[in-house]
Ligand binder design. Sequence first.
Ligand code: EPZ
Length: 427
Amino acid sequence: MEQLVIEGGHSLKGVIRISGAKNAALPALAATLLAGGEFEIRNLPELRDIRTFLSLLEGLGVTNSPEAQEPGKGRRVVLNTISISNHEAAYDLVRTMRASVLILGPLLARTGAARISLPGGCAIGARPIDFHLKGLEHMGARLTLKAGYVEAKASRLTGAEIYFDVPSVTGTENLMMAASLARGKTTLKNAAREPEVAALGQMLQAMGARIQGLGSSVIEIEGVKELKPVSWDIIPDRIETGTYLMAAGAAGGELRLQNACPEYLEAVIAKLREIGLEIESKGQELWVRRKRRLKSADVTTLPYPGFPTDLQAQFMLLMAISEGLSVITETIFENRFMHVPELNRLGADIRVDGRSAIVRGVKELTAAPVMATDLRASACLVLAGLAAKGKTTISRIYHLDRGYEHMEKKLAGAGARIQRIRAEMPY
Ligand code: EPZ
C-alpha cells in the first residue's frame, strides 16, 4: 500500500506545468465512439482514470496505439474505432469509475445498442444518472433495467427538447454526444456550462456535428448522419490549477503555473485574492504568492461559472489556517465533507452543520497520520501536510492518482519535502 509522507513548514518556490484535464479527456475519449476511423488525442494526463477508460474502450473493440510522451506536452494516443465489437461496460469497471457512463450516449447513437452497469454510489454522494436515462428515453431509446444493468436500444435516436432539473456535467455531455447523430434537432435546457462541456462540443463540431450555444445553458444540436475522426488537444486542468494556487496558500512562497487557463478560474482567483493571495496572469501562465497569513472568507459551491465543488476541500484547508471564521456551503453533492474529520485530526477546528461547514481558523496544524477518502479530499490532505508542523503520512493515495498527474513530483520540484513510500500495512 503506497503512502505519501510530507514534512510541512517549507515554503514553495518554482514552476509547475499543468496537465490536460481529466474531466475533458474522459468525454473526448468517449466521443471517439461516434465515428469509425483513426483519432489522435493529445495532451492526455497520465492518470489511472485515463488508463481505465482506454481499457474500457478496448473492451468495446477500439484499438489504441502505445501512448508516446511528447516532450513538454501530455501523452498522445491514437485510437482506431473502425469496428465496435461489444456494447457492454461491465460492473467492475463502472464501479471504479463513474465516468464510464459517458459511453452510453455515443455507443447507442453509433451502434443502436448499449448495456452498462448502473454506477453504484460513491464516497461523495448517491450520484444517480436519471437525467442521462430520461434524456435518452425522450430521444426514443428503449431502456430496460436488469440485474443492475441498463440496456438501451434505438435504431436511430430522434431530437427532443430536454430540461435538466439541475445542470449535470456528464449528463449534458452524454446527451450532446447522442444528439449529434440523432434525426432532427435536440435542445438541452439548463445545460452545464463547464469549460470541459464546451471543449467536448468543439471537438464534436470539428467531427462535423452542428452545435450552437456552447458555454451557455441552452445548447442546440442539429443531428447529422455521420461524423468523422479528428486530432484533438485536451484543454488544461482548471481543478489541478486551482489546487496548486492553493498549495502556495497552504505552504507559503510563490509558484509559476505554466499551460494554465486563467479564464476558467475567475471565481476561484477572485476568492483567493480576497483572502490575501497575490495572483497575476499572463496568457497561459499564472503566478501566485503568499506573503502573510490568509484572511477568512465564505464560499458556496455552484455550477460553473460559480466556485467549483472540486476545489471546496482544498479551499477549506486554507480557511482552517486563516485568521477568522469561514462558512463553506456545498450545494452540489450531499456528502462532500469527508475531509473534515481528517483535517480535525491535524488540529483544525471545523464543525459540519448540514450542507455547511463552519471553519474557525487556527494558527497552526500539527502533523498526524491521515487517510484519503476521495479524489479531491486527498488533494486537500496533501495541502494540509504542506502546512502542518512535522511529518504527515497520507494513506489510500490511490484516490489521488485518479486525478493528479505525479503530484508529489510536481510539488517536490517546487521545494516541497514530499515522497511516496510503500508501507507494509500492519494488517
Ligand atoms: C462531473 O461529475 C465531474 N466528473 C465531477 O468531478 C464534478 O464534481 C461534477 O461534474 C460537478 O462539477 C466528470 O466530469 C467526470 P453532475 P458528474 O452530473 O457529471 C445530480 C472530480 O473530482 N445528478 O454535474 O457526475 C448529482 O447528484 C469529479 O473530478 C442527478 O441527480 O456530476 C449532483 O448533485 C467528482 N442525476 C448534481 O446533479 C443525474 O442524472 C451535479 O452532478 C446526474 C446528476
